[in-house]
Design a protein around this ligand. Structure first.
Ligand SMILES: [Zn+2]
Ligand SMILES: [Zn+2]
Length: 312
């Protein structure tokens, strides 16, 4: 009899413990609708409008818990929007000083948005790396840019892809699929940035700028997803195109989000802020996509890094 009572007590204890753990997870998923971390910000060290300290002040005022800086890595051909060589030193020093100064109030992280064509090699100096493709030809990053202006994009398509816009998209996704191997990045930036002009173009002309429904486009996108799914990378849900008024949907598309949800590949919310007002732009709104596609949302900084550590 005594043993039966002990066994019942143990069973009740295990049941209660399981309920607490799983019940908590469910509650967290449905009711904790506030994300207080952002790892994708640009300051005056590259093409952002505010200083790092202004971001820190804004983040603290908004109740954020983690603030990551991710300056555009140095590209010799793009001094307008990337770190200069000397600027990179100063950038690191400034962020590390702020990290120390504000350590009791917010968790500050030193990151970098490493462009595919960048020659920055000392990535170990950073807490985390966001890998990104902004141009499809390393010899001519300006005129093969896919997100700057229509004019740049079309010039590149004419000169390097025989006027075939889908061929440029195929190349873009090929480069994106290679981002982890090339940079060992923790996070993939704006996975389908090449769709940047589509929403406005459809509004104005009825047709997309680059046809993201074309079978060749979908095949290239899928191939990149399949390849990256085998690596430990995290994908961004990036609201940068929304804050700049280019689109009403974040990167990536619903089709990509569906893939990420099905595979339970981790995602984070990133605002790709270029000014302090955009620090958590659209986060509450896009959280509905997290629910809709059952996405595996990561908000804890340690989870961002541990993915890499685990895979070593
Ligand atoms: Zn970018
Ligand atoms: Zn960025």
């Amino acid at each position: 009899m005594k043993y039966i009572i002990i066994a019942l007590c143990v069973a009740a204890f295990i049941y209660t413990a399981l309920m607490i753990v799983f019940g908590y997870k469910r509650t967290k998923k449905f009711f904790n609708n506030k994300v207080t971390t952002n790892y994708h910000t640009h300051t005056t060290f590259c093409d952002g409008k505010n200083s790092p300290e202004e971001y820190v002040q804004k983040a603290i005022d908004s109740g954020m818990t983690v603030l990551g800086f991710s300056a555009h890595s140095h590209l010799p051909t793009e001094p307008e929007w990337t770190l200069s060589k000397e600027g990179e030193e100063e950038y690191r020093k400034t962020v590390l000083e702020l990290k120390e100064k504000y350590k009791d109030r917010i968790d500050i992280r030193l990151g970098i948005e490493q462009d595919y064509w960048s020659d920055t090699s000392d990535l170990k100096a950073y807490d985390y790396v966001i890998g990104a493709v902004h141009s499809v030809n390393g010899e001519d990053t300006t005129w093969s840019s896919i997100d700057y202006t229509h004019e740049n994009f079309l010039y590149g398509v004419e000169h390097y892809f025989n006027n075939d816009r889908i061929a440029a998209a195929e190349r873009y996704f090929e480069l994106v699929s290679n981002l982890y191997d090339k940079t060992k990045c923790d996070i993939i930036a704006h996975f389908d940035l090449i769709t940047i002009f589509n929403e406005k173009e459809i509004e104005e002309t009825g047709k997309p700028f680059v046809d993201s429904e074309a079978p060749r486009f979908i095949a290239a996108e899928r191939k990149a997803l399949e390849r990256l799914a085998k690596t430990p990378v995290i994908f961004e849900i990036n609201t940068g195109g929304m804050s700049r008024g280019r689109m009403t949907h974040p990167y990536p598309s619903d089709r990509v989000l569906e893939f990420l949800g099905e595979r339970q590949i981790p995602v984070i919310l990133s605002s790709d802020a270029h000014k302090t007002e955009d620090l958590t732009y659209g986060f509450d709104e896009v959280l509905r996509l997290v629910e809709k596609f059952n996405l595996n949302l990561i908000t804890d900084y340690k989870d961002v890094r541990n993915r890499q550590e685990e895979s070593k």
